[in-house]
Every structure is written in structure tokens, then in C-alpha cells.
Ligand binder design. Structure first.
Ligand SMILES: NC(=O)c1ccc[n+]([C@@H]2O[C@H](COP(=O)([O-])OP(=O)(O)OC[C@H]3O[C@@H](n4cnc5c(N)ncnc54)[C@H](O)[C@@H]3O)[C@@H](O)[C@H]2O)c1
Length: 359
């Protein structure tokens, strides 16, 4: 079926033609009903040439500053290594462009705070790419929790990456093109596995828990490292007085597992999410004591990478309230991950307001 586009399209420039842009953002821009893939920018000429032939943007750039000077460009997607998110996000805001940035928001609390202040002062839209929020099952669970569940008592949430992940994703995704002239940070982000896993996977787990149960106030972590795998068991307390258990395990010797349970005054919610590359909505059952019935949404469109962009464009073009992660959500997730890391070192409860630095 040809894609049905709306008459007003948000002109987006994608910075970065690396794996996530190739596998998700270029295609999502082309399929989103209210977005135009206006420009692609990558320092790598090789990647830029290949991607422009495939995706036919109106413009291509090797220099981000030059792309930002284009008066027709309205917004950017920053799909680069984590270390560049904050500095490039600041440049884009300074140029008056709306920003969508991949997760995690940055590398430490201080740079994220500076960015958050700039976002506030700019009045521009800023969204972080924690795409799970756009799984229809998770959106439904959040609405049910807010509207039906009454007072919250507890949340359990888990994100367990699998040793079989790459077998599955290699089958699902076209093989990404790489190039030796791609721009990489001086320090290899994957060199320190403990830090990398917490930032890259923990950002989804923490954002999902906050999306469902609200702000996290303090955490206590137990970290076990065995046979090259890492398991963070995190006790947490939410601002609303409920308690939580977060389990981040990388990698389990079983299928990929991501899910949650929420217990409230008038019911409970069980959720099981799929590896997002299947583009299949999670299975969520919401039970209400009002009628003793379960509700279970189908969620036929679960292309979260497209849905998050359509939402980003709706916030900008139609002034829709933001459901995607804001810069404040990205900062709060960063605080939670730093607190989880500090608590793993000391074994003590750590308040999110007391931490500084990075993971
Ligand atoms: N939401 C998700 O499910 C998901 C999944 C995978 C990765 N990610 C995130 O996506 C981000 C990018 O991942 P990746 O593996 O595609 O990164 P990558 O480093 O392999 O690719 C980034 C590309 O950006 C280009 N680039 C970087 N800085 C530039 C600059 N200043 N000017 C021009 N070009 C520049 C590089 O040349 C490179 O081609 C990471 O933050 C990662 O955490 C998110």
C-alpha cells in the first residue's frame, strides 16, 4: 500500500547514517504520516552517498553546522554515538531547530542539566528516543494505571537482554552499511561493558518504570557479575509512595524478556513486551476490580520508531501534549542510572537528588 501522507509535513534532517538511522529512522521518516525525510547528514561521504541513493532526501550534508543553517529544515534527529548527543543537541537548539535525540540523553548529569536549561529557554520541542513508550500496549497500560488503578502500591519491571538477540536481529534487520570514515568518539563506548549495558539498556528500563509509575526518588542496587553477564537487582521508591523492583540482566540464557507488573488499589496490570524489532505490540492485561474483567489491547501498529516520530511531529505541528520522553525525563533517567551505579558500589540506598557525574 502506498504511504498516505498528510498535507503538512515536518521537514526533518537526520544526523548520522549509522546502524540505528539505517535500521529505524530513515524508514520511519518515510513512513510517518506527517514527516518528510528532508535531509541526511553524515561526516562519512561513503555512508551519505549510499543512504541518499536509497532514501532520496532533498538535501545531503557532511557538516552538521551547514545543515542547521538551512532555513527550510525544521527539526533534527540526532542518531550518533551517546557522547555527541548533548553537544550536538545544543547546537541544533541554538540554530532554532526542534530536536529528537537517541537514548541515553547523554553521559553525565551535569551536561544533561545544561541541556535541559537550554531546552527550557528555547521553547522548542525536545524528545528522547525511548521508543517503548510508543508500544500501544505500554501506552494503554499507562492510561489504565492513571484512570482505573487508584493508588499504586508496587511495580516490578525487568529488561533481560538475551544471548540470542543478535541471531534474532540479524534475521530481522537488513545488514547495516559501515564505513571507516564514520565519526566515532575518542573513547570506545562499548569498551566498558558494565557502563555500556547500564546506559544503553538501563535507559529503556528506567524510562519504562517512570512512564508507568512516576518519578523514582531513591534506589538500592545489588550487582552480580558472572560468566560475562551482569545482573542489576534494584529496589526503588517512587515519589507517590509506591515501591519497585527493577531487574536489568544482560544477557540471559533464554529468550529476550521485557515486562512489568503493577499492583494498585482497584486492579493490576501484567505486561510482556517483545524485542522491539519484531514491531509487534506487547501483551498487556489490565484487570479492574470494578467489573472483575481483564482488558487486553491488540495494538495492530507497533512500529514504535515510526510512532515516536509521528508523535514528535504532532507535538510541533498540532501542539499535542508530549507523551514521548522530554529532556526532563532523559535527565531523570540519567540520575536514576547514576544512582543505581553508585548504590551498586556502596550497597546503600542512594537518593537521585544527591548524585552527580556519570555511570
Ligand atoms: N532506541 C533504540 O532502540 C536504539 C537502538 C540502537 C541504538 N540506539 C542509539 O542510537 C545511537 C546511535 O547508534 P549507532 O550505532 O547508529 O551509532 P554510530 O556511531 O555507529 O553511527 C553514528 C553515525 O553518525 C555520524 N556522525 C557522528 N557525529 C557526527 C557529526 N558531528 N557530523 C556528522 N556525522 C556524524 C558518524 O559518522 C556515524 O556514521 C546511540 O546513542 C544508541 O544508543 C538506539
Amino acid at each position: 500500500m502506498p504511504i498516505q501522507k498528510e498535507s503538512r509535513l515536518l521537514k526533518i534532517g537526520v544526523l548520522g547514517a549509522g546502524p540505528i538511522a539505517q535500521i529505524a529512522h530513515f524508514d520511519a521518516c518515510k513512513k510517518a504520516k506527517n514527516v518528510e525525510l528532508y535531509a541526511i547528514c553524515d561526516q562519512s561521504k561513503h555512508l551519505l552517498e549510499r543512504m541518499s541513493i536509497l532514501h532520496e532526501p532533498q538535501k545531503t550534508f557532511t557538516d552538521f553546522a551547514e545543515m542547521l543553517q538551512d532555513p527550510e529544515l525544521e527539526a533534527v534527529i540526532i542518531a550518533t554515538s551517546d557522547a555527541f548527543h548533548v553537544p550536538l543537541g545544543k547546537l541544533a537548539l541554538a540554530a532554532g531547530k526542534h530536536v529528537f535525540v537517541e537514548k541515553p540523553l547523554g553521559l553525565n548529569i551535569e551536561e544533561c542539566e545544561e541541556l535541559a536549561a537550554q531546552v527550557k529557554a528555547s521553547g522548542l520541542t525536545f524528545q528522547v528516543g525511548t521508543n517503548r513508550r510508543f508500544d500501544p500496549a505500554l501506552s494503554y497500560a499507562r492510561a489504565f494505571i492513571r484512570e482505573e488503578l487508584g493508588e499504586l502500591m508496587a511495580l516490578k519491571a525487568w529488561y533481560c537482554d538475551s544471548v540470542h538477540r543478535y541471531t534474532m536481529t540479524d534475521n530481522l534487520q537488513a545488514q547495516a552499511f559501515t564505513s571507516p570514515d564514520a565519526k566515532k568518539p575518542l573513547e570506545n563506548p562499548k569498551a566498558d561493558k558494565q557502563r555500556y549495558f547500564l546506559l544503553t539498556h538501563g535507559s529503556h528500563l528506567v524510562d519504562g518504570a517512570r512512564f508507568l509509575a512516576g518519578s523514582i526518588v531513591r534506589v538500592q542496587t545489588q550487582l552480580v557479575k558472572k560468566f560475562g553477564a551482569y545482573c542489576w537487582f534494584v529496589a526503588c521508591e517512587f515519589e507517590n509512595g509506591s515501591v519497585g523492583q527493577l531487574d536489568l540482566t544482560v544477557a540471559v540464557r533464554v529468550d529476550f524478556e521485557e515486562g512489568f507488573r503493577v499492583y494498585g488499589e482497584y486492579g493490576s496490570v501484567n505486561g510482556r513486551m517483545h524485542l522491539p524489532w519484531f514491531h509487534k505490540a506487547g501483551e498487556v492485561e489490565c484487570f479492574s476490580t470494578k467489573d472483575d474483567l481483564y482488558r487486553r489491547p491488540l495494538g495492530q501498529d507497533a512500529y514504535t520508531y515510526k510512532l515516536q516520530l509521528e508523535h514528535f511531529a504532532e507535538v510541533i505541528l498540532d501542539k499535542k501534549a508530549q507523551q514521548g520522553a522530554t529532556v526532563e525525563d532523559g535527565l531523570a533517567a540519567m540520575r536514576a542510572m547514576v544512582a543505581i551505579s553508585r548504590s551498586a558500589e556502596s550497597g546503600d540506598w542512594v537518593n537521585l537528588n544527591d548524585v552527580s557525574g556519570g555511570v
